[in-house]
Ligand binder design. Structure first.
Ligand code: 1DX
Length: 180
């Protein structure tokens, strides 16, 4: 994944737990990089190892780490130069979720190694929708819960997100009920 993701993990850990804990996590993850470059592509293993090590060091489940990270990503990217791009992607939660694929096309036009997930909305009512998440990466569904909650906060539409479908339930992708 692009370094921006690893930088967001670093920023989240440093802001909430301090430099020493970050160094401990980086050590446990066997990450040799001293700094990450946002627009450089890194092996996914680096990100997965950071999540695993953060889970061990902080005593949180990997799912908790991923969800917390997802929520943080919305804030972090807004503050790291992508605020206008996010604002252009929608004026409310539903619009934004419907425009996520278009947003990833824009980023992907500049960043050729982007491997974006895909999202589809169905069953839209005035207080809920069903979100379909398609990804080539494994195990990141808990991050989507945090991403959508973070978007809810951004749009002053705090929401509940329930993970209701996955390979375990016989689906070929992950499915979430989003309600506000
Ligand atoms: F609900 O792969 C709200 O590297 C959501 O399944 C979901 O393949 C917001 F620095 C710049 C750059 C770079 C901007 F220039 C990314 F390179 C992208 C900023 C999206 C904001 C996807 C990150 C693929 C890296 C992926 C989880 C899980 C999507 C992370 C969240 C808005 C973004 O993001 C999976 C990669 C951006 C950029 C957003 C993503 C890659 C999302 C969301 N994804 C790189």
């Amino acid at each position: 994944m692009y370094g921006l993701v690893n930088k967001a993990v670093e920023d989240l850990v440093k802001n909430n737990f301090g430099e020493a804990i970050w160094l401990e996590i980086k050590e446990k993850a066997e990450v040799k990089e001293n700094t990450f470059v946002g627009m450089q592509s890194y092996h996914d293993g680096i990100t997965y190892r950071l999540v695993g090590a953060a889970s061990q060091v902080l005593g949180l489940s990997a799912e908790q780490v991923l969800e917390t990270f997802g929520e943080y990503w919305v804030l972090y990217t807004a503050q790291e130069g992508y605020g206008e791009m996010l604002d252009a992607a929608g004026k409310n939660l539903v619009e934004f979720l419907q425009n996520l694929d278009a947003l990833h096309v824009k980023v992907g036009n500049l960043m050729s190694e982007l491997r974006p997930p895909s999202f589809e909305c169905s069953d839209i009512t005035d207080r809920s929708l069903v979100l379909h998440y398609f990804s080539e990466r494994e195990g990141l569904a808990p991050m989507v819960v945090g991403l959508v909650k973070g978007l809810g906060k951004k749009f002053n539409t705090p929401c509940q997100v329930n993970w209701v479908g996955s390979k375990k339930t016989g689906e070929d992708h992950d499915i979430f009920e989003v309600a506000w």
